[in-house]
Design a protein around this ligand. Sequence first.
Ligand code: ZN
Ligand code: ZN
Length: 268
Amino acid sequence: MELLFSPLFSGSSGNCTYVGSRDAGVIVDCGVSATSALSQLNEAHISPGAVKAVLVTHEHTDHIGGAGVLARKLSVPLYATQGTWEGGLGKRAGKLDPSQIRVISPFEDFFVGDMNVMAFPTPHDCLEPCGFGFTLGSLRAAVATDIGYVNSKWLDAVEGADLVLLEADYDEDMLLAGSYPYDLKMRIRGRRGHLSNEDAGRAAAHLVSKGTRQIILGHLSKNNNFPELAEETCEGILFEHGIRAGRDVGLSVAKRDSLTGVFRIAEN
Ligand SMILES: [Zn+2]
Ligand SMILES: [Zn+2]
């Protein structure tokens, strides 16, 4: 058995990830146009027919922009929490067949094909945000982005995943020295904002100690971060914990504007 995990877009300007087997899986978030999502899926050599559902983490535009159109194009259900539907997805998604509208609750798992999916709550500035954990056979992956701070609620849910897409939104110094208004800086740094590179490094060290084999840093800010810095910071914190990136864990950074690649998780 093999679990594919393919970040198609990742960053504050649009997020979209495929998770599943070659034949059946889900798209998590679609903050880009449906056409762009499908074009990068094609780059990944994954058939659009493999997408059996679209899942949304929360109602911010960089996660829902093309979600409704994509669900309509593929005639698949769109899953989100009640809060996400009410907070803006319902309006933004446009007209959907009632059968396509699926309301999910954190910690209540469901299946898409053979893959088990479980949403977990995340601290973020919207109505009912969540991340997602995926289990296919004994293989596990998770999407953990748009998270204000590291807490056990989400970290426990992600713990044990073989692969984690983990937010590393900003570099603390770049954010503080940058041109954003004070209130926005505080929002980003706040407990309902985003994870910094340092936060991601600490969370990664914990996850690796619990068995995670691949970390993909994602959702990088365009203005307050860059890939080399996110990777170096995380690598440094892992090193402080006796973990060598490349030896003990795979460490990558997801691309903002195009396919990062197809990560394949297989049983050992
Ligand atoms: Zn976001
Ligand atoms: Zn957000």
